[in-house]
Design a protein around this ligand. Structure first.
Ligand code: ADP
Length: 639
């Protein structure tokens, strides 16, 4: 993709080179410029955020190599507007970039899944803007307000500076730039309709709104005379003043922080455009001292299901930024949580490897896990609508925890939400506590049903007796559910019971074990007709409206596990269902009276196939089913 300008002089060879943006970067740039039109000011938050990250990185590197900082140790971000020229420069004295880093970082998007993400964008501006917001627009947001961007940068500890420039279309140019100070200067040549971003007052307002809490001072030339009067040179020589509060938000006391400050900080660390759903800010003192600020987002990130997607908290040690995505502080099933943990007890030179083994980290992780679960429980208790919104976005991830986190299982179970047989709405809104409260007299089990879809679950023949008796059944229809339920045995002393299994205990009735039901003459006749296809045939206690249903043996694999194993090419262990018929049903009574054995067999096959379909299963031989039905229809029509 390099189209190097041919230079005869080898020394100058590395100088001006033009590159094409990576395809994804190019697409994102285009979309961003068109979709984010109504929220343009966020570019400043993104660029200040990058500058602050660059300073954080240098501070961290300087712990081991103080010479990288040298005399220029007063870290700051400086905004230099030039209203006359229509430019805005954002200057930092952070880590800077080498020429190669400039090419890599400002020409590509490294996050995996970007292509899939872009494919989700629809062209609908509002929807796309929200999606791009979750993706995190970063540096490229400069092109929302600028038609040309220049970046001058020199990496800490290197001598060679680099100038990057682009109009945000297909290409960018990189060349050597002598005599640059350490760090990065981003110069925006503002579009004609974005000149407001060179105005002193406008900039101060945006900084206060979005970047107040950044630990690094953001400085601007002292406002003198008419705002925007100064030229770039004059501005550079003017006296500077700090315009943000320049104190890390989490170090302040909770009672001094307004909600909108918490929200702005969330946007800074998450690159999300929207507000968080809830947060929790705590300082722990005693043997182990640390502060945490944890947020639950409103919307799931586009790559929630990508196992390599960035996750984890920002780790600070004694206020020094150590790393992003410190994933050791929360379990995987809480990967949607964003935030900061700042510890006074960990060493500054802590590495990911050390974090994995450190007992203090385990202690903090356990406490933060409880903290998040507590925060969610509080949301569920106090703002149920918000909790439902949370559940719809992240419920499936939280379910992973039931099989992984035994220590917090009870708390996790309390947070689960299910669809219910008592509701015609598929939305999962029933918690286990609500379920227990609605149990009928004599009920000591929590009944549930797992199916491939809500429709199949909701209309399952297995629910008939429960509906008649007013017993609620929890309906599960996500891929993870069968796995989850296999791990769960009881809640508050009440056993979970799958209603599609052979051994079904109903309140006030003796259990109906799979093996000791005396089979009547009709059962024997049906069993002979079905032969190898079934384990057993018996009259049903669960059917009221349907003629027949299939029941799983107590140890048999359920439909979801079966499908997962088939999809992953594993051999599915053979297991035959039980066939239950409803003696009170007109069809079954008609069947019982049928004298013609061929016709009897034909009808039984149809009932069996229909029971398979009603349970959400696929017919092994659909063609025979269709032929059979057609034969019966013809007989019916010619009778
Ligand atoms: P992100 O910050 O999410 O990684 P960006 O598109 O904002 O994505 O930036 C891409 C990369 O460019 C950053 O990760 C960083 O390595 C580099 N970068 C951007 N701005 C600066 C800066 N002011 N100083 C040093 N490096 C920077």
């Amino acid at each position: 993709m390099t189209t190097s300008t041919d230079q005869a002089d080898p020394a100058a060879q590395a100088t001006a080179e033009s590159y094409g943006f990576q395809t994804e970067a190019r697409q994102l740039l285009k979309l961003m410029i068109h979709s984010l039109y109504s929220n343009r000011e966020i570019f400043l938050r993104e660029l200040i955020s990058n500058a602050s990250d660059a300073i954080d990185k240098l501070r961290f590197r300087a712990i081991g190599s103080p010479e990288l900082v040298g005399d220029d140790a007063e870290f700051a971000i400086t905004l230099l507007p030039d209203a006359k020229a229509g430019t805005l420069s954002i200057v930092d004295n952070g880590i800077g970039m080498t020429r190669q880093e400039v090419i890599d970082h400002l020409g590509t998007i490294a996050r995996s899944g970007t292509a899939e993400f872009l494919a989700q964008l629809s062209g609908d501006q509002k929807r796309d803007a929200a999606l791009i917001g979750q993706f995190g627009v970063g540096f490229y947001s400069a092109f929302i307000v600028a038609d040309e961007v220049e970046v001058f940068t020199r990496g800490a500890g290197t001598d060679a500076g680099t100038r990057w420039t682009s109009r945000g279309e297909d290409t960018f140019t990189v060349e050597d730039a002598p005599d640059l100070p350490r760090g990065t200067r981003v110069v925006l040549h503002l579009k004609a309709d974005a000149r407001e971003f060179a105005e002193d007052y406008r900039l101060r307002t945006i900084v206060r709104r979005y970047s107040d809490h950044i630990a690094v001072p953001v400085r601007m030339p002292k406002a003198a005379g008419t705002p925007g009067d100064a030229t770039d040179d004059a501005a550079a020589s003017a006296e500077l003043e700090t315009v943000n509060s320049a104190k890390a938000l989490w170090t302040r006391s909770r009672s001094d922080i307004a909600d909108d400050e918490y929200q702005a900080f969330y946007k800074h660390i998450s690159h999300d455009f929207g507000d968080p759903l809830t947060w929790s800010h705590n300082r722990v003192e005693g043997k182990l001292e640390y502060t945490s600020l944890l947020y639950v987002p409103k919307q799931a990130p586009f790559d929630l299901w990508n196992r390599d997607a960035p996750r984890g908290l920002k780790l600070y040690v004694q206020r020094v930024f150590i790393m992003d995505q410190a994933e050791q502080f929360l379990p995987l099933y809480l990967r949607f949580v964003k935030g900061v943990v700042d510890s006074n007890d960990l060493p500054l030179n802590v590495s990911r490897e050390i974090l994995q083994q450190d007992e203090r980290v385990t202690t903090i992780r356990n406490a933060l896990t409880k903290r998040v679960l507590g925060m969610l429980q509080q949301l569920a208790d106090q703002q149920p609508d918000d909790y439902h919104a949370f559940w719809d976005e992240f419920g499936t991830v939280l379910k992973e925890g039931t099989g992984e986190d035994y220590a917090n299982r009870e708390a996790l179970l309390k947070l689960l939400r299910f669809s219910s047989s008592k509701s015609t709405d598929r939305a999962p809104r029933t918690g286990l506590d609500a379920y227990l409260a609605g149990m009928i007299e004599g009920q000591d089990r929590i009944y549930y049903l797992v199916a491939d879809s809500w429709e199949t679950a909701h209309r399952s023949p297995h629910l008939e007796v429960f509906r008649e008796r007013g017993i609620e059944v929890l309906l599960l229809h996500e891929r993870i559910d069968e796995w989850m339920m296999a791990n769960l045995h009881e809640y508050q002393g009440k056993t979970f019971q799958d209603v599609t299994r052979a051994d079904l205990a109903l309140p006030g009735e003796p259990a109906q074990p799979a093996d000791d039901e005396p089979a009547g003459p009709l059962a024997e006749r049906i069993a002979a007709a079905l032969g190898e296809r079934v384990e057993k045939v018996r009259p049903s206690r669960r059917l009221k409206d349907s003629p027949a249903c299939l029941v799983l043996g107590d140890d048999a694999l359920g439909p979801q596990m079966r499908r997962i194993m088939e999809a992953t090419g594993q051999k599915v262990p053979e297991s035959k269902p039980l066939f239950e018929y409803n003696p009170a049903h007109a069809l079954v009574q008609r069947l019982d009276a049928e004298q013609d054995e061929d016709r009897f067999r034909e009808l039984v096959q149809v009932l069996f196939d229909q029971a398979t379909l009603a349970g959400g299963g696929a017919l092994a031989d659909a063609a025979s089913y269709v032929e059979r039905i057609n034969r019966l229809l013809l007989q019916l029509l010619s009778d």
